[in-house]
Design a binder for this molecule. Sequence first.
Ligand code: PLP
Length: 399
Amino acid sequence: MISKNFLFVPGPSHVPDSIQRAMHQPMSDHRSSEFPELVLSLLKDIKEVFKTTSGNVLLYPASGTGGWEAAIMNTLSPGDQVLIPMYGEFCTRWANLATKHKLNIYPLNSEWGESASAEKIYETLQKDTSNSIKAIFVVHNETSTGVVSDIKAIRKAIDTAQHPALLFVDGVSSIGGIDFCQDEWGVDIAVCGSQKCFMLPPGLAMIGISEKVKSTFKYSKCSNGYFDFSEMIKSNKDGHFPYTPPISLLYGLRESLNLLLDEGLKNVFMRHHRLASGVRNAIKAWGLQLYAVDPLSYSNTVSAVIVPNDIDANLVIKNAFENYNLSLGTGLSISNGRVFRIGHLGAINELMLAGAICGVEMAMLDALIDIELGSGVRAALESYLIENNISSSINQIKR
Ligand code: PLP
């Protein structure tokens, strides 16, 4: 197809031209005397996005799943008990990976569409008087359902229960798009991937580790080779890697961090909120429901939309792609056929999203869903006008 694909899956996200240009460079020698300057600047600036000053952010050639594995392998041992609130596909996948490493999973099950319950975590930890739970794995933004969990409340629950478990958080579809405060929330390991809010191609796992985690390396008995944190930290000190890094992605990351920090993280989060609100208003105007049950946990990076019972959501996705060159996210596992997902993360603005919402409307009408043409687009545009007016007046007041 000649036209540009409208990429509105919840990752990979649209890669801005300036990042594409930054990556499109001749290859260079990662052992040269000038390479460390780039690496050290990346390792310094990415800490601002994770909001950590005391920790380290490590960069691995891997996807987000590799980040999960690295977290497990560096800190835990077969037989260790891990508490995992389960409320979506990525919670399940992390738990399955942990099982492969012979960890003992303690699941805290909720319905899909709900968020992690700090109360349930507190109750469970309080009963664990022998401290057999070694870590808690929480998915901050559950991309399968469009639900955000309150990590600050979970940290409070752990502290109130006076439990020593490590807190590992998956920020794959939140960090860089939704506020994330590694130090303030006491997150011991934060896992992210390049292909979502960092606006990069897939292939770079970003892992924020706390000071406390560094003292656990020597106790871990999970086999630990390629992802060895201590080797990475040692090499990173003077701007090197223990092996050949993904050089083009590092060039791209330099530009990604420039874009995020130049816009200002606060503005980036406000933009995501504003754009997500427009999508939510469109969904409401169509008379449809979000998969996320609680408005307080609505995600600003992805919305999962439930289609009417007699419709297959995959038909909407197929129509969108084949008729309008618009890519939407499919429903994962138990939600397949029931929902389609709209990714609203990374390098997007009102007009790009308005185009996507137009495409969703047409694809739904092609699938014979009874909505009024233009209703969602109108609702989104109205909310963008109002929201923009409010935020520009806030900015004026601040000045
Ligand atoms: N965690 C979340 C919340 C995700 O959305 C994804 C992927 O979409 C992953 C983990 C897995 O990441 P990857 O596909 O990069 O391995």
